[in-house]
Design a protein around this ligand. Sequence first.
Ligand SMILES: NC(=O)c1ccc[n+]([C@@H]2O[C@H](COP(=O)([O-])OP(=O)(O)OC[C@H]3O[C@@H](n4cnc5c(N)ncnc54)[C@H](OP(=O)(O)O)[C@@H]3O)[C@@H](O)[C@H]2O)c1
Length: 348
Amino acid sequence: MTVLITGATGFIGRHLCAHLTRHHQPVLALMRQPAKLSELRQQVSTLGGQGELVDAIAGDLDAPGLGLTSALPNDITAVVHLGARFAWAMDPAVARKTNVEGSLAATELAHKLGVRMVFISGFMLENRVHLERLGIKLANLSDTDWEQVYQQAGSYEASKLEGALKSREYAVARDMDWVEVQPATLTGSTATGELDTAQPLFQMIDNLNHGRMALIPGSPEHWLPLVSVDTLVSIIAAAISAPTPPERILALDPATPNLKGLLALMAAPLGVKPPAYHIPSKLLAWLLKIPGLATKLNTAPESLHFIQPTRFDTTSSCAFMEGQGITLPPIHQVVQSNARWYREKVLT
Ligand SMILES: NC(=O)c1ccc[n+]([C@@H]2O[C@H](COP(=O)([O-])OP(=O)(O)OC[C@H]3O[C@@H](n4cnc5c(N)ncnc54)[C@H](OP(=O)(O)O)[C@@H]3O)[C@@H](O)[C@H]2O)c1
């Protein structure tokens, strides 16, 4: 029994492969560059998994039919869709190709194989006020003016929302076995503190360390919901194997402090002074349009959307986690270990 994973080479994907193979679950990674399989196997083993249980098949979310040219093995039990193009200020057409068309193609593949689809979206899918503000018509998706959504939210977030909602719609129409895991922003490893340099939390720690965060975006109610990568991969693994998981699982630690508290937690191990005063998000977003400022502060205006005041109902997700024996590690300890890892491994 094999699990097919898109995005296996990414930050979450590597940790997921390690978790699954540690539990003797073979994995087939859909890779744009299958020649990099030995590198992936090594990373998986370093993370405590069994690299030899990972195999690769050539494929590309941007290509018709996922670019699959060789036959898939007939023992696939689930498709996990993690693959996505993540960058700020992306061309909408480029983002759409991977994150919308690619997501739909991965969902179609799970349907064709008749297996469970574990689709990784994001926590903003549960922020109804935000979706309404963007003009997304949940009751009738085809009424949504997506061009306007892309303009307001930026291509990354808009394409993730469009990809998830359209794939969900496709799955519901076909009565598919569908589980959507909705992660908050990722922290690094609980055990080692390691955090991929491309991750948004890494960029925040780096900005804090270099004095590029003199003010706190938003108000005291604003927070950046977090989940540790270890918790997330345990949730995805449970979503693959549980007989009747919920259709949507919000992977978010409700104990994440507000942004001011989070910055103070990370500043301590870095030995820097955390910012004390707030700046309204709208004003900051406006200021970031001044040519050169977003680059200088290493802050994209669209990244500010994820720092928001909405609180989320995690009751059903927490009940699922409890039933699966998944416990949340103390989030303050995790972020401090990420900041310590940054100080020890990146700064030295
Ligand atoms: N990180 C977070 O804080 C966070 C929070 C919420 C949701 N998510 C979602 O979780 C998923 C994984 O995130 P991540 O942080 O692990 O991302 P990541 O490190 O950027 O990895 C992205 C993965 O997608 C693959 N990919 C990109 N374009 C592809 C294409 N055209 N065809 C095939 N594969 C392609 C990459 O493969 P290559 O090696 O070939 O580049 C890589 O394996 C994404 O859907 C992301 O939106 C992440």
